[in-house]
Design a protein around this ligand. Structure first.
Ligand code: NAP
Length: 320
């Protein structure tokens, strides 16, 4: 059984990925967390918890080595330390290659899946796919400011292919269960609903926003498919946009307002230079045909607007 280590595995995405890997019956799953309180949650999910900080080089190299890890998946939000983490993973891969060479043996490379995001495409004026290389003159738009660093890091990950088998997944905004990315939009609606206000509800978004989305379980299935194919069968460009729909903001907000029983009208307030809000408010034109054709990905949750009642209700249970 391949042994898979998920960095940030107790997080929103990481936990779903761990559960999908376990459900396949084909993987042993390990996960790092810095937070002692999350160790029990990992254990309860049959994931072997490893307490430590993935941005600590010694910890990460030692963990990959001591647990005989075959594939590492980064689902952290350690944005300022992605280079350090990649260097540690490369170091562990070199150690593994050296050990094999010492035994005059040929063996598989360490696998690494980096989680990027669809915001690297910005708001393109034409349909883009994962064959469009963001951050270059060939891309129709620049990445969102909040993730302006990410295309360069993607390139560094791809350049490590001499020692690692790599893949990059670029999810759209992830929804389902305790999704946090819609909170800036649905939070004010929930507050208006609780207060019973009939006045306008200001939402920090642009009226033209169209957001690329994917359900957390569908996304986890894409990671499972990638783990199963990494090292063979991903082709020369192992980069996959993972989005099921591009939904217009109007239907997202009116649908959620109806579910939450909001009485007043919605007012688009714009994002006022806030980098995170700007990223959520992109005009997406994403496409995941390569994930379907190459990974064999078959997303099941394609009716976001029709299912908003259960989706918003699930989100609401996670709000304090
Ligand atoms: N959520 C989305 O809509 C979305 C969309 C596209 C891409 N993504 C990408 O998916 C990845 C995971 O997102 P998520 O929604 O699962 O986030 P999340 O729930 O916040 O989980 C991320 C985990 O990263 C770990 N972490 C955060 N800062 C860290 C640091 N400085 N050093 C080490 N570990 C750190 C935390 O683990 P511990 O506290 O347990 O150590 C946390 O649980 C991110 O790279 C994100 O950019 C997310």
């Amino acid at each position: 059984m391949p042994r898979v280590l998920i960095l940030g595995g107790a997080g929103y995405l990481g936990l779903a990925v761990g559960q999908a890997l376990l459900r396949s019956g084909n993987h042993s799953v390990f996960a790092t967390t810095r937070d002692g309180d999350k160790l029990t949650s990992l254990t309860a999910n049959e994931i072997t918890p490893i307490k430590g900080d993935a941005t600590d080089s010694k910890f990460l190299v030692d963990t990959i080595t001591a647990y005989y890890i075959d594939v590492v998946i980064d689902t952290t939000q350690a944005y300022g330390d992605v280079g350090t983490m990649l260097n540690s993973i490369v170091q562990a891969a070199r150690n593994r290659a050296d050990a094999l060479a010492k035994d005059k043996a040929i063996g598989p490379k360490l696998g690494f899946i980096y989680t990027s995001g669809s915001w690297v495409h910005g708001s393109p004026d034409r349909r883009v796919s994962d064959l469009t290389v963001p951050g270059t003159s060939l891309a129709p738009d620049k990445p969102a400011t909040a993730v302006a660093w990410r295309p360069a890091h993607e390139q560094t990950v791809l350049a490590a292919r001499d020692v690692l088998d790599v893949a990059i997944l670029r999810p759209g905004a992830i929804y389902g269960r305790g999704s946090w990315v819609f909170s800036p939009w649905w939070g004010p609606l929930l507050a208006a609903s609780k207060s019973g206000s009939q006045g306008p509800v200001g939402i920090p978004v642009d009226a033209k926003t169209r957001t690329g989305i994917v359900h957390v379980d569908d996304l986890a299935a894409a990671y499972l498919a990638t783990v199963d194919k990494i090292g063979h069968g991903l082709g020369s460009w192992p980069v996959f946009d993972v989005v099921t729909e591009n939904v217009a903001i109007d239907s997202v907000l009116t649908g959620a307002a109806s579910v939450l029983g909001v009485k007043g009208p919605i007012q688009y307030q714009g994002t006022h230079g806030d980098a995170f809000l700007e990223a959520v408010a992109l005009v997406a034109s994403s496409d995941s045909s390569r994930a379907r054709s190459i990974l064999g990905w078959e997303p099941k949750r394609r009716d976001f607007i029709q299912n908003l009642d259960v989706i918003v209700s699930a989100w609401q249970t996670t709000q304090k």
